[in-house]
Design a protein around this ligand. Structure first.
Ligand code: HEC
Length: 92
């Protein structure tokens, strides 16, 4: 597991252009890469509103709809669901 995490971090750092083979969604890494720049490392807000603790389905819905200025992120439905669960698990 640790090795998988290290590999994901390396992939995450190699940039959003990465489009590798499908694999189990790693929500914390996804969040860090795709959401933290605007919503803060712990979902407490930054340039975008705080989202920590919001219901997973609501978060997934927003990400799927990607209202501006949120970009359309290249996430699979599984990844979107996983990020939603992760955000809902963050402490407000
Ligand atoms: C480019 C910056 C940016 C990125 C990246 C981004 N967001 Fe957002 N997001 C925003 C902004 C700004 C808003 C507020 C839009 C508004 O209120 O009109 C927002 C709104 C939201 C909302 C609704 C908040 C509310 O109070 O209604 C959710 C949920 C959300 N984002 C989740 C995410 C998730 C999850 C990710 C990562 C997959 C993400 N966002 C990536 C900028 C971003």
């Amino acid at each position: 597991m640790k090795r998988i995490l290290v590999a994901l971090v390396v992939l995450a750092l190699s940039g959003p252009a990465w489009a590798g083979p499908p694999m189990a969604a790693d929500a914390p890494a996804l969040y860090k890469r795709s959401c933290a720049p605007c919503h803060g490392a712990e979902g407490k807000g930054g340039t975008a509103p705080a989202i920590a603790g919001k219901p997973a389905s609501a978060v997934a819905g927003v990400v799927s709809a990607h209202p501006p200025p949120m970009e359309k992120l290249e996430l699979t439905p599984d990844q979107i669901a996983a990020v939603g669960r992760y955000v809902s698990s963050l402490k407000k």
